[in-house]
Structure formats: C-alpha cells, structure tokens
Write a protein that binds this ligand. Structure first.
Ligand code: SF4
Length: 263
C-alpha cells in the first residue's frame, strides 16, 4: 500500500451529490478497493497505481476544519472511505471530527465498522447522521468485489450500535444489482435500528470495463436489466412500489441510467 502525504488547501468543497451541499475528503483513494467503485476515475489524475493500492492523506485537515463553518449538509466522503483500514492507525478522521464545529450538519457514510470508535464525538454534534452502505452480497461475491471492507454482519452491527447510542442512522442500500441484492430482506433486517434509507442502482458507467465484463459473464440477467432502459424502468417501478409497501422513511432511489431520483 502506497501512502502519499500531502497538505490540502481547504477542507470543504461544494457538492452536487444528492443530499449534500459540501464534501470533505481527508483521504483520496480507498483501501477497500471495491471493484465497481465510482471514484476509481481519480486514479487517472494521479500516477500512483491501480485503485486500492494507494491513498493520499491530507495531513493538515484537522487544522483546516478548525474555526470553519459551512451552511448546509457536509458529506464525508465522496472519493474515499473515512474509515478505511489506514484510519485505525492515523486517526485522521477522528482528529478532524474533534476539531470540526459541532453545529455543522454532517453526513458520514462508510463500509467499515471502525466508525463505532468515534461514537463519543458523533454524540457532540447537533445534527449528524451516520450511514453504512449495505448490500448483503454473498460472502464469495463480497470477497471478489468488496474485498477489504467490513463484512455484512459487522456493518449491520455498527448500525445497531450507533442507534443504541442515540446517533441518527441510515442505510445506503447500494449497489443494487438485480437478482443479487435482496432489498426487502435488507430492510427487514435493519428497520428497527435505521432511521432512513437511500437506495442506489449500480452505476455501470463509472464501474469500469473490467467490472462490466465480470457482471455480464456472471450475472447476465442483471447486466441486461441495467443496460436496457425498458427493463430497468420496470425493475425500478417494482422496487419503488416495494419500498413504498414497507412504509420506511426513504430519501430516494438513485437510478443512473436515466439520471433520475425517485422520491
Ligand atoms: S468503500 Fe467506497 S470509496 Fe472505498 S473503494 Fe469501496 S466504493 Fe470506493
């Protein structure tokens, strides 16, 4: 793993991501190395190797967030995971949270149960939500396409524990791959300790040629649905009606093919 230490110029960048006004990326790159990761494109900006083999660490971020306030929701993070393995040692995310103005509206999303370490600081924020990405991939699939993130059970446990500690939780059910992700099962498993949900269909374009080929060869039906506008529309209609039938709080279903967000 190659670690590149840099000094950042600023901490909060305006964002057009759904539900976010700003993003904060204390890391660029991610050791979780998900094969479909949409942030892989940043590898083209740097010459450090393949996605998952390097991480840029913005060492001065704890200083940069001090005495700063931004209005709107700050999303942590969009091109990395704030709780990837290196965070255990560096505690960069923890130091940023310690220094951050606690009136900032913060939305944290991770695939790691390491997030539990910072419950004490989450409790100091006036307005915070902490999400875990869940998809319940069978273990052999998870090991292939999300090799270094926490297991499904650890992520579920993290949501439960955050909830028990009074932190607002959300489940980001993603990437939804038709036939491979049991959305109803995931809702049933988590609804007693999750405050709201986001849903996202797999975004094929940024997932890259290698992943698209893997999907086509192993899950042809899913690939067909995700690449055919009519089939995808039918699938999304059924999914939206399933979500409505469960009566959970949903922030929306992101469907990248049509670039729409169903409320
Ligand atoms: S955890 Fe998120 S940022 Fe990290 S590799 Fe996976 S999809 Fe990309």
């Amino acid at each position: 793993m190659r670690i590149i230490k840099v000094e950042a110029k600023k901490a909060f960048y305006p964002s057009r991501l759904p539900g976010a006004d700003y993003v904060i990326n204390q890391y660029i790159g991610c050791q979780h190395a998900c094969k479909y990761c949409y942030a892989k494109f940043v590898s083209r900006w740097y010459n450090y190797g393949s996605w998952g083999e390097w991480v840029v660490v913005k060492e001065n971020m704890p200083e940069l967030v001090k005495d700063k306030f931004v209005k709107g929701v700050v999303y942590m993070s969009s091109i990395s995971d704030a709780y990837q393995p290196i965070e255990q040692k560096l505690k960069l995310t923890r130091r940023i949270l310690q220094n951050m103005n606690k009136r900032i509206k913060l939305s944290v999303l991770t695939k790691s149960s390491l997030v539990l370490r910072d419950i004490d600081i989450f409790k100091q924020f006036k307005n915070i939500e902490v999400g875990l990405t869940i998809n319940g991939f069978p273990l052999e699939i998870k090991n292939q396409i999300e090799p270094f993130s926490s297991s499904h059970l650890r992520r579920i446990h993290a949501l439960e524990k955050l909830h028990q500690n009074g932190v607002t939780t959300y489940a980001f059910i993603s990437p939804i791959i038709p036939g491979l992700v049991d959305v109803k099962g995931l809702i049933d498993e988590t609804r007693s300790f999750v405050d709201f949900y986001w849903f996202e269909l797999l975004n094929l374009r940024p997932s890259g040629e290698e992943f698209r080929t893997w999907l086509r060869q192993n899950y042809k039906r899913a690939h067909d649905i995700l690449t055919d506008k009519n089939k995808l529309s039918e699938y999304v209609k059924d999914l939206a009606s399933l979500v409505r039938s469960t009566r959970i709080a949903s922030r929306g279903i992101s469907v990248h093919y049509q670039d729409i967000l169903i409320k």
